[in-house]
Ligand binder design. Structure first.
Ligand code: GDP
Ligand code: MG
Length: 452
């Protein structure tokens, strides 16, 4: 395997780190880095940070810096590794790389260190993908989840499930192929139990993807209602500052406004929309169309009415879009003016009374949002799938297990059942990377950053 090197740190910092991996890693650094203690760098103990001078391609001193090397048995990639900790100047870092390239080292591709870790069996594919999630994590919850996945709790569980299915298949084939041997009889009940258990575990993990997506991308949430019910005031109350223009003139908000807010561990992509009503104004009409689109795309809708006013045709019209959405909360606003308890629109399971103006009830609304989205008691320990590829493989494995179980229920022959078991094994192999196509592996790691 080639020896690779890359700058692992972002530009502009005081210190810049170059990492190397491969057989020649230590030798290459040894040639251009001279420890102050006059010893050879390669003779220094593994994992010891060594102070010394670094020389460029022409033998001029480039930096005084630190270097460390690692024996192959305990490294990230499973190969010999070395690191240089230089001053962060892009010129210094780039020249240090050039000096290493002259020693036969080459530039690492995006994600190549982690790809080697995967290929050398240091981690499976789910863990490798979590490394990328951890680097990209914007919130502490995402980071916790990613680090939980890197530690391998789920990934190892998936390996075990796959192994169990392989054992069942192997047992059956042994019974069929070696009838004269003294092998325990193949019990269909055992097969059914294994399938049922596997299917449940896969299902639980697969449905966590919905939460995983929310964790990664935030939950799209549209505020809708007829003009003047207080949608923009509500957005401002949730955001915490005057983001949207509020007036008592109906039709003030003519475009949709998006703000990203956090409620506990939930990231909400909040969209204030133009009030939905029939309008002659061409700009307002476009705004209304956008409002309808926002509702279509939203995973959560806050349907606002003015509780101090009678419900009218415009309300019914505006709320009709919300009722079709997956999740909706009816927000009865202007409680400070006194609510007329009549004409509460039907069809809403979740209702909260607030005053967007005084802030009364806003905390209750926040709690409601957390509970209806199921984000109020989520533990971010790595048990949440955040990745579409993984969700897809889990889904196929789950379906294959179910089909195998159904086939068993219908009394199909074990070899017919085992065909579906085979599909489940293969989908699980894709998940953890044991049986995944090379081009898919290339694609996954090409989305990593260089140096990781
Ligand atoms: P939108 O058209 O639905 O965005 O409504 P706005 O947020 O622009 O508010 C319309 C009018 O209602 C403004 O004069 C707001 O000050 C007023 N308003 C909004 N929320 C409340 C509330 O909770 N109580 C009272 N008294 N007035 C409110
Ligand atoms: Mg508005």
């Amino acid at each position: 395997m080639d020896t690779i090197a890359a700058i692992a740190t972002a530009t502009g910092g005081a210190i810049g780190i170059i990492r190397l991996s491969g057989d020649m890693a230590i030798k290459a650094v040894n040639t251009i880095f001279k420890p102050i203690n006059k010893k050879q760098f390669s003779d220094m103990p593994s994992r010891m940070l060594v102070y010394g001078n670094l020389y460029d391609r022409f033998g001029n001193m480039l930096d005084s810096c630190m270097a460390v090397h690692f024996d192959s048995d305990k490294t990230y990639t499973g190969e010999k590794m070395a690191e240089l900790q230089l001053h962060g100047s892009p010129a210094v870092l780039s020249e240090a790389l050039s000096a290493l390239f002259e020693q036969g080292v080459r530039q690492a591709e995006a994600g190549e260190f982690t790809r080697r870790a995967f290929l050398n069996g240091k981690m499976n594919l789910m863990q490798a993908e979590a490394v990328s999630d951890l680097i990209a994590a914007h919130t502490l919850e995402s980071a916790h989840n990613a680090v939980g996945q890197i530690s391998g709790t789920i990934a190892n569980g998936m390996d075990e499930l796959r192994q169990k299915l392989i054992n069942v298949s192997a047992h059956f084939l042994a019974v069929v192929d070696y009838p004269d041997e003294d092998i325990d009889p193949f019990l269909e009940s055992e097969l059914k139990n294994t399938l049922f258990d596997t299917e449940n575990k896969l299902h639980k993990l697969r449905i966590s993807y919905e939460q995983g997506r929310i964790l990664r991308e935030g939950l799209p949430c549209a505020i809708v209602g007829r003009p003047n019910v207080g949608k923009s005031t509500l957005l401002n109350a949730l955001v915490g500052f005057e983001r949207a223009i509020v007036t008592d003139i109906a039709g003030t908000t003519r475009d949709t406004i998006e703000e990203v807010i956090r409620i506990g561990s939930l990231t909400l992509r909040l969209q204030d929309t133009a009030g939905i009503r029939e309008s002659e104004d061409i700009v307002e009409q476009i705004g209304v169309e956008r409002a309808k689109k926002a509702v279509d795309e939203a995973a959560l809708v806050l349907a606002v009415i003015d509780g101090s006013d009678e419900l009218n045709e415009q309300d019914i019209n505006a709320l009709s879009t919300a009722k079709d959405s997956k999740l909706a909360i009816l927000v009865i606003n202007k409680s400070d003016k006194g609510l007329t308890k009549q004409n509460i629109p039907e069809g809403f399971e979740h209702i909260v009374e607030i005053s967007a103006k005084t802030g009364e009830g806003i905390d209750k609304l926040r709690d409601k949002i957390l509970s209806v989205t199921g984000m109020n008691n989520v533990v971010f320990d790595g048990g949440i799938i955040t990745n579409a590829r993984q969700a897809d493989a889990l889904n196929r494995a789950e379906i294959a297990c179910r089909q195998a179980r159904n086939a068993a229920e219908f009394g199909m022959t074990p070899d017919a059942i085992l065909q579906d078991v085979e599909s489940a094994i293969s989908a699980l192999g894709e998940l953890t990377g044991q049986s995944v196509r090379d081009d898919i592996i290339q694609d996954i790691f090409s989305r990593f950053c260089v140096g990781k």
